[in-house]
Design a protein. Structure first.
Ligand code: SAM
Length: 380
């Protein structure tokens, strides 16, 4: 980073975040943590910096199998049903989804191709181990890993695209509202430390994003622009022939995202389960993440014929898929049930976490997971 700034001048925050998270040698997601004894460990999970819903409970995957069975029926039970999981972390979701499919939907499993699109080689290895342990190589010959979405041919997928906390890990551009309009936050390196400065919007792509999504940032407020998330949605749209896109993440509608009370934006850093707002600390050792602008995802999808089906909270989604019935038969004091309480918590993950569902070439669909709407339909 320092050499790049010295050569080219201040860089965008998106470039800084890209290097901090995904530099092949030193990026947070690309490397394992090493302790003083040289022992290596993953950065996600209880021993790491943060946990995610699939690591907290297998119930997200179990309920999703039921939702996918319904989608499979809408698609007429295709001979090759493709489930694409993007950004699979430690492989917890894939492991639980395939296990649950084996136990509860063997017909779907017999027609299923499970693709994992994962950027990080160390996480790919971890995912492989997690899946092999439970499902076994012989039973899951149709699990395949891809480095990036463009590795899939256009129009090649009939089935489901799923991601949990993928989009919040995409690098974002940071901007500030000033009396002269929106300015971009740039990262410079002066006197041995990273400092921020303001400049004009850094590219035509960025200004076009601001124009296309009518983004207004109040004077004195800092916020984010999700240009890469938009490009990802366009890629999903070209690969998907027919089916459903399910995106689970922290986030808001645009109206909520850019309201003036949210003065400092949503960029957060996670290190050993504590949260900070200093992205220039512990570079490559802490996670950087920003909430998702779901309206922008829905609008970009629509311009590519991937149309919104519904938008709800994670809590409502899980309740719609009957998580309460699954829990009824379990030990109420168990870790699993306690973890589920976190996913459903009205002031915790259950509320900030949202589920956006979009479809392509399916006509009208009505999905169980969306039966309890949390918002009015035009919220996006
Ligand atoms: C916050 S983690 C979420 C992991 C997992 N979905 C979960 O919920 O536990 C983000 C994941 O997305 C992956 N990732 C980020 N950008 C990606 C990209 N452009 N393509 C594929 N994977 C990506 C990261 O390597 C990591 O596995």
């Amino acid at each position: 980073m320092i050499a790049e700034i010295a050569g080219n001048g201040p860089m965008t925050f998106a470039r800084y975040m890209e290097m901090a998270l995904y530099d092949p040698q030193e990026g947070y997601y690309m490397t394992l943590r090493e302790n003083l004894n040289g022992e290596k460990s993953q950065r996600m999970g209880w021993q790491g910096d943060f946990y995610t819903a699939p690591e907290l409970s297998p119930l997200l995957a179990r309920t999703l199998v039921q939702q996918v069975v319904e989608i499979d029926r809408y698609l007429g039970r295709p001979q090759n049903f493709v489930f694409v999981e993007m950004g699979a972390g430690t492989g917890a979701f894939a492991r639980d989804f395939l296990t649950s499919c084996r136990d509860e939907a063997p017909d779907l499993l017999s027609r299923l191709s499970y693709y994992i699109v994962e950027r990080s080689p160390s996480l790919r290895a971890e995912q492989q181990r997690a899946i092999d342990r439970v499902v076994g190589h012989k039973e899951s010959p149709r699990v395949q890993w891809l480095n990036s979405l463009p590795d899939c041919a256009d129009d090649s997928v009939t089935g489901v695209f799923f991601s949990n906390e993928l989009v919040d890990a995409f690098p974002i551009h940071r901007v500030k509202g000033t009396s002269a309009g929106i300015q971009e936050v740039l990262v410079d390196y002066i006197d041995g430390r990273f400092v921020e400065c303001l400049g004009g919007l850094s590219s035509v792509k960025v200004s076009e994003y601001v124009r296309q999504h009518n983004i207004v940032v109040g004077e004195g407020c800092t916020s984010e622009l999700h240009v890469q998330a938009g490009e990802w949605m366009a890629e999903v749209a070209s690969v998907l022939h027919r089916g459903v896109v399910i995106t689970v993440d922290y986030g808001h509608s645009a109206g909520d995202y850019y309201r003036p009370e949210r003065r400092d934006g949503t960029l957060l850093c996670y290190y050993r389960h504590s949260i900070s707002r200093d992205p220039y600390d512990r570079i490559g050792e802490q996670d950087l993440t920003a909430h998702v602008n779901f309206s922008a995802l829905a609008n970009i999808g629509t311009t590519h014929q991937v149309l919104p089906v519904g938008f709800t909270t994670l809590a409502n989604w899980l309740m719609g898929l009957g998580v309460d019935h699954l829990v009824a038969g379990m030990d109420q004091e168990s870790e699993e049930v306690r973890a589920l309480a976190q996913l459903l918590h009205p002031h915790g993950m259950g509320k900030t976490f949202k589920v956006l569902v979009q479809q392509k070439n399916m006509g009208s669909v009505s999905l169980k997971g969306l039966q309890f709407r949390a918002f009015f339909d035009d919220v996006l």
